[in-house]
Design a protein around this ligand. Structure first.
Ligand code: FES
Length: 167
């Protein structure tokens, strides 16, 4: 992510908060503001919390409290691609563990970690709702089913190449 892009996103986020302030919204705008921050930056940064606190006139400790309460919000930078490896029963019995091991090996990260280049974050899910396709993983919004270790390698290879070409 270039500095210009980050700067633009920060400015856009502050404008969003100013708009909420102008509309007289305080605490009722907190959840949407946290969602907005996560969407813009990929996680809830200290800086974003301070901006929200300042513009919506809510103590920063309270903003942190809400951000940490909901598991949806990440407090650490995440990758461009969020991989949700399914550890549910159906996936497990059909080789989900082998798939998870392969993802970890390919990306050289453990569960909950992000690759150094900020391309991939690995998370666990306990049933993605498509057991018929098990073993399954989801990358951002896309579901990949009937996985084999070879398929995982191919998918990650394509995304790595895609990421490089987008830089
Ligand atoms: S157990 Fe994996 S999708 Fe349901």
């Amino acid at each position: 992510m270039s500095d210009t892009t980050t700067k633009d996103k920060k400015e856009e986020f502050v404008e969003y908060l100013k708009d909420k302030t102008n509309k007289g919204l305080g605490q009722s705008a907190l959840m949407p503001a946290l969602h907005k921050a996560q969407e813009a930056f990929g996680y809830i940064s200290k800086e974003a919390v301070e901006e929200i606190s300042c513009h919506l006139n809510i103590p920063s400790a309270y903003v942190w409290g809400v951000a940490t309460f909901y598991h949806y919000f990440s407090l650490k930078p995440r990758g461009k691609y969020i991989i949700s490896a399914c550890l549910g029963t159906a996936c497990y019995v059909r080789g989900g563990k082998r798939i998870l091991t392969k993802i970890k090996e390919e990306l050289e990260i453990e569960m909950g970690e992000t690759t150094e280049d900020k391309m991939f974050t690995l998370e666990a899910k306990f049933c993605l709702g498509c057991c018929g396709l098990s073993p399954v993983m989801m990358i951002n919004e896309k579901v990949y089913g009937e996985l084999t270790t070879a398929k995982v390698s191919q998918i990650l290879k394509e995304l790595k190449e895609d990421g490089k070409s987008a830089d």
